[in-house]
Ligand binder design. Structure first.
Ligand code: APR
Ligand code: ZN
Length: 361
């Protein structure tokens, strides 16, 4: 039996988050134990506890993290103790129809919002977010959920590769394939939207229009690559048109997760333009578009799950880009905190303050 570890636990929808002692099982065959060194606070963790999703509780939050392998179960051949790894919340089975057709981000074996693992201090069966539960001192996960990265990669930036960066950068590069000279709007400037801006800049896009309800995001957006910042108000799609010779942008990215902002993204794109939904919204938040508008606008609307990425291939590529200076992640991280301060980081996210808060262990 393993020693208890400290973890950020949600006990139910709308209930206060707390640091609890939890006990994880030792790694079974094919599993590894990872000591977490850094873990980001992502909006999808908030979606676990604010009613957007309905996961089982009690639940360890967190799914964006990096750490050191400390123990491996029988038959593990992917990593050994001491390896630095980024966690992957959608490990691919490599056998299902989607994996065989080069869409590992849609792997049929990917679980729901949480899986059962270990128990709380009072003996209640515990669940972990997206198979990870990474806002904790340790995780025990299948070896397919860890991706080795160079030891030189800074921990906080390594953590972000596992969700915000794969998601935001992948949406721009893989899902939308933004090209040099394309005009881009990114709506919602949390860790995901800021990562999308970074990728748009690297692609040579322009103008790159960043949009948020909070004017405090303007400086962060410019640091990440935006050439313009607009407040999300009633004039937004008109203002975007004014910046694009009256047409609208080639690519609009929705990084909030609401029907209203998907609609804004739709209206911001030009005729024949592309709208990529990156935010994860609620089941009952419905989007209405006019049938004539859909026809006449000739736009495409699609979503991007995990940046349409193959994390096993792309996390090491992104890690190399961070190390050679071609991918600049510093603007995405505004708060480095201890685990005890994680509940307050959720409050900051609800208020739309800062970019990523990263718990450093
Ligand atoms: N218009 C524009 N921006 C908005 C609006 C709006 N109506 N409402 C909220 N925002 C902004 C917030 O001010 C904040 O800056 O969207 C941003 C969201 O940032 P975070 O809460 O940090 O979210 P993030 O972790 O980046 O995730 C964004 O992607 O993976 C999904 O589930 C995730 O749906 C979420 C989205
Ligand atoms: Zn996430």
């Amino acid at each position: 039996m393993s020693a208890p570890v400290r973890a950020l636990v949600a006990r139910g929808t709308g209930r206060d988050l707390a640091i609890e002692q939890v006990t994880l099982p030792p790694p079974a065959a094919g599993e590894v134990r990872v000591r977490i060194r850094a873990a980001g606070v992502c909006h999808s963790d908030l979606s676990m506890v604010n009613g957007t999703l309905a996961p089982p509780f009690p639940l360890v939050l967190g799914h964006e993290a990096a750490g050191v392998v400390t123990e491996v179960g029988d038959g593990v051949d992917r990593v050994t103790a001491g390896d630095h790894v980024v966690l992957n919340w959608a490990p691919a089975c490599r056998q299902c129809w989607f994996c065989r057709h080069d869409e590992p981000w849609l792997c049929a074996s990917s679980g729901g919002p949480a899986v059962a693992r270990g128990h709380t201090e009072d003996g209640v069966p515990l669940h972990v977010t997206l198979g990870l539960g990474a806002l904790a001192q340790e995780v025990v996960v299948p070896q397919a959920a860890v991706i080795p990265v160079p030891d030189a990669l800074p921990w906080a930036q390594a953590a972000l590769l596992g969700c915000a960066v794969l998601t935001g950068v992948g949406a721009v590069r893989n899902t939308a394939a933004v090209a040099a000279g394309d005009s881009v709007a990114v709506i919602g400037l949390g860790g995901v939207g800021l990562a999308a801006l970074t990728a748009a800049r690297t692609a040579g896009a322009g103008p790159i229009i960043a949009v948020d309800v909070s004017s405090a995001k303007a400086a962060l957006a410019r640091a990440a690559g935006a050439t313009e910042f607009l407040l999300a108000d009633d004039r937004l799609s008109k203002s975007i048109r004014e910046l694009t010779e009256g047409r609208g942008v080639d690519h609009a990215f929705e990084c909030v997760g609401r029907a209203a902002t998907i609609r804004t993204a739709w209206r911001s794109a030009r005729r024949g333009g592309h709208v990529t939904v990156v935010g994860m919204g609620a089941r009952d938040d419905e989007l209405t578009l006019g049938a004539l508008d859909i026809f006449h606008s000739a736009r495409t609307l699609r979503s991007s799950v995990y940046g349409s990425s193959d994390p096993d291939r792309e996390v090491p590529e992104l890690a190399r880009a961070v190390l050679d200076g071609s991918l600049e992640l510093a603007p995405l991280i505004t708060d480095r905190i201890g685990l005890d301060a994680a509940p307050a980081a959720f409050d900051r996210m609800i208020r739309g303050e800062g970019a990523r808060s990263v718990v450093v262990f």
